[in-house]
Structure formats: structure tokens, C-alpha cells
Write a protein that binds this ligand. Sequence first.
Ligand SMILES: Nc1ncnc2c1ncn2[C@@H]1O[C@H](COP(=O)(O)OP(=O)(O)OP(=O)(O)O)[C@@H](O)[C@H]1O
Ligand SMILES: [Mg+2]
Length: 291
Amino acid sequence: MAITITNLTHQYPGQSTDQAALQSVSVSIPTHQVTAIVGKTGSGKSTLIKHLNGLLLPTAGSLHFAGTTLTAQTSAKEWQRIRQRVGLVFQNSATQLFAPTVLADVMAGPLAFGLDHNQAEQRARAALQTVQVPRALTEQSPLLLSGGQQRRVAIAGVLANQPEVVIFDEPTAGLDAPGQRELVSLFAALQRDHRTILVVTHEMDVVAQLSQRVLVMDQGQVAFWGTPAELFRNQPAVVNSTNLELPTPMQLAHQLDPQASQAHLPLTEAELDEWVLRRLRKDDERGTTTT
Ligand SMILES: Nc1ncnc2c1ncn2[C@@H]1O[C@H](COP(=O)(O)OP(=O)(O)OP(=O)(O)O)[C@@H](O)[C@H]1O
Ligand SMILES: [Mg+2]
């Protein structure tokens, strides 16, 4: 069951038609996979994902998800039903926190969706454990936590609703390297748990390592839709025109062997290791045959 977006257009007040934040976007996002959404600043990434849980309504076009077609005319009740199934972790997720304690904050979603206190608390504690917030912090004010901890609490607040689709808007921005790695392993765990994950990101290493699909947005339109390998290896024109960087392993391999064809460069760290080993072995063979 995919999320099918058809001719989705969004025009913010004051935007002319040709400046619309989304201009007839059509794409079908597969379930149980990680889809990365990338593109320049202002290209429409956040606007797109805000439609997936009804935070923004389409100016034109529709979304089809979970047996329902959603348009600007869809009732608020129907959008509320979708909101329960699609969780969104905002770009500045720490600003989502509002309750007096971490636990109360994470319980707020399940309570709002009708669970009783005990069930909500159970869900909240499980979600906090998933994102590795220490138990000692649960009774503290979220405002006293570090930025990275606040982000985990915000993620727990979304996971506590047990949404089938989890969307992250630039989740790794501003995190240190261990924080980024933890988040990447959280995505992998969520995927093993059969969730559908969408990640808006400017980090091409995250895209290469984590996502099965990538959507490149450019001025409110789809510039590319496909696999990361296809994008980075075979679509240099898209990569250049949308100011994307190549993943670090590709850049390193290119520096090591500028002659190697782009279509065969490694995308991930694991692929880079293999690529280097293969080359060393070849050199070795050459060495043994010439001596
Ligand atoms: N609330 C708003 N009112 C008016 N225009 C807006 C609003 N939010 C975004 N825009 C405009 O819509 C376009 C798309 O913005 P959007 O926030 O979706 O971009 P983005 O790809 O998420 O960028 P970034 O990488 O900087 O987060 C931009 O031109 C932006 O200026
Ligand atoms: Mg954004």
C-alpha cells in the first residue's frame, strides 16, 4: 500500500502560480521502505511532507493513503484519522515540546488519541526506551535537556502514537557524529519494524546509507525519483543542477582513483571498504606477476 500523491499543488498566500511551493507533484511512495527527500533550500520539501498528515491542505491535487483519497475538500475528521497513522517530527522538533515533564510530553499524543492514562504511560515509556532517553530524565522538564535529548523526546512523542508512517524533517541537522549514527540506527530499527519512513535531509551520506528511494525536489517540482545509486552514479546533471553533494565514500574513491568511472564508485562505507580491498588485491596480483 503506497502513498500516492497526484498533481499536488500548494500555493501559499501571496505566491503566484509559477512560484507555488509545490507545482503538480506526482509520486508514489512505497511502504515499508525509507524514502529520502532532498533538494535546495526552499525547494518545497517541508511543504510536501506537511501534506502527508494534513498540516497543510492541497491547493489542488490529491493524496491517496490507507484506502482514502484526501483533497482540500476532505473533512477534518478524516484528516484526524490520517494524522494518527502518519507521524511528523518537525524541522525544529524541540519547539514541539510543551508539557511540564518529559513523560507527560510523550504521553500527550496517545492521550489525545483516546488511550487511557495507563496505556498512554506504557506507550510513552516504551517510546522513550526506543530512542534511548534515560529513565532518570523522564520526570524532568523537557526545557532543561540538551538539544539532542530534546530531539529524542520529540521523536518519542511521535513514536508513542505508533504511526505506520514516520516522517522526519532534517533530523540529523546539528547533531554530533555519534548522535547522527544513533539516529541512523533508529531509522533502521523502525524499518525492521515495518514502518514507512520519510526523511528530509541535506546529508547525502544518510541518503546513500539508509534510503532505498530518493525524491529530489527543485522549485516545487520533482527533479528525480529513483534509487540513490541511480541518482549519484548516473544522473550527474540532476546532482549538479540541484546543488547536491556526492556521498563521502564516492568522493574519497574519486580522489583515490580519478580515472574510475562514476558509474562504479562506492556509495556507502561498506562498499568503499570492498572497493579499496579489491584494488589492493589487484595491485598485489600485479606485483607478484612482475617480480
Ligand atoms: N508559511 C509560508 N508562507 C509563505 N511562503 C512559504 C511558507 N512556508 C514556505 N514558504 C515558501 O515556500 C517555498 C518552499 O518552502 P519549504 O519550506 O517547503 O522549503 P524546503 O525545501 O523545506 O526548504 P529548507 O531546506 O530550507 O527547509 C519557499 O519558497 C518558501 O519561501
Ligand atoms: Mg524545510
